[in-house]
Design a protein around this ligand. Structure first.
Ligand code: ZN
Length: 293
């Protein structure tokens, strides 16, 4: 009772001092958390920018969760949206992952479906008022698919734009990353990815298992002259693991996430203020409709 009184008393004392709740301050950036009413305000607050973090379900070495890419992509989006408001799309797992079909846990949708899912997600976002869509991929297997998807936006006129986020650490950050890193061969589920996962969800990092398989480059096709083949990744990393995830550190993980998030903030604020892509695209479509006059 004494406690309740003290509690009520302190509420009486402090509540009037709190800032007045302002609807623009409390609108969540995670789309799935918005009410339909907030959704309308969110479009305006976001300058019609929606970020789709894309993950995948695939083996991540012997020690990381199969959804690791989505955890990382969403973390970057959340960190950025906190600084520069944009709406963040719910968990999205549809992408290109044929190269991991020989390993447990790969959900490898067909090319038709991965294309349609993304195309219809973008057009549905547009129908709902989001006209500037940022694709944020946490997954290396999308590195050919997503630029092709963006390029294909020019095939026919549409009332929204799609931009692929392509971060690249600045010189100072890259120097700091190099200083912190212990491994030279680092890629899928290696030092960087394990470090980021350790920051986001340390309970899902099973570093004690990281050395149970080899993440070394097997280089089976190193003699193939001037050729690209779909089996290239398997030829190099048949364990679907590149690097050494036992070497990780929190500082590196934080730095990598912050570097990406800061650059995403720049992209979001550019798109909020700038309509150059829309203007050029419109001009392009009008000329493309009748190239010969
Ligand atoms: Zn990954």
């Amino acid at each position: 009772m004494k406690k309740l009184f003290a509690c009520l008393f302190s509420m009486f004392l402090f509540v009037p001092l709190l800032p007045q709740a302002n609807s623009s301050q409390v609108i969540p950036f995670r789309m799935e958390e918005l009410t339909a009413t907030q959704f309308v305000s969110a479009i305006a607050k976001a300058g019609s920018v929606c970020v789709i973090p894309l993950g995948i379900l695939e083996k991540h070495g012997p020690h990381l969760p199969i959804g690791a890419d989505l955890f990382q992509a969403r973390e970057v989006a959340f960190m950025a949206a906190e600084k520069e408001y944009a709406v963040v799309f719910p968990p999205y797992f549809t992408g290109q992952i044929f190269e991991a079909k020989h390993q447990p846990g790969a959900i490898a949708y067909s090319t038709d479906l991965m294309w349609k899912m993304l195309d219809e997600t973008c057009s549905e976002l547009s129908r709902n008022g989001f006209k500037k869509i940022i694709l944020l991929s946490g997954h290396g297997g999308n590195n050919s698919f997503l630029p092709f998807f963006c390029q294909s936006q020019l095939a026919s006129p549409r009332d929204y734009i799609v931009v692929l986020f392509q971060p690249s650490p600045d010189e100072a950050t890259q120097k700091a990353i190099n200083t912190l890193k212990k491994t030279k061969n680092d890629g899928h589920a290696g030092e960087e990815e394990t470090s980021m996962m350790y920051v986001i969800r340390p309970d899902l990092v099973h570093a004690e298992d990281a050395k149970s398989q080899s993440g070394a480059d097997q280089a089976h096709l190193k003699d193939l002259p001037f050729g690209y083949t779909g089996i290239w990744w398997y030829a190099r990393f048949p364990n679907h693991y590149a690097g050494d995830g036992s070497q990780y550190n929190k500082e590196l993980g934080k730095l990598l996430l912050k570097s990406d998030a800061d650059q995403l903030v720049e992209l979001i604020s550019y798109l909020k203020k700038n309509n150059t892509i829309e203007t050029l695209t419109k001009e392009f479509y009008s000329k493309a409709g009748a190239p010969v006059k």
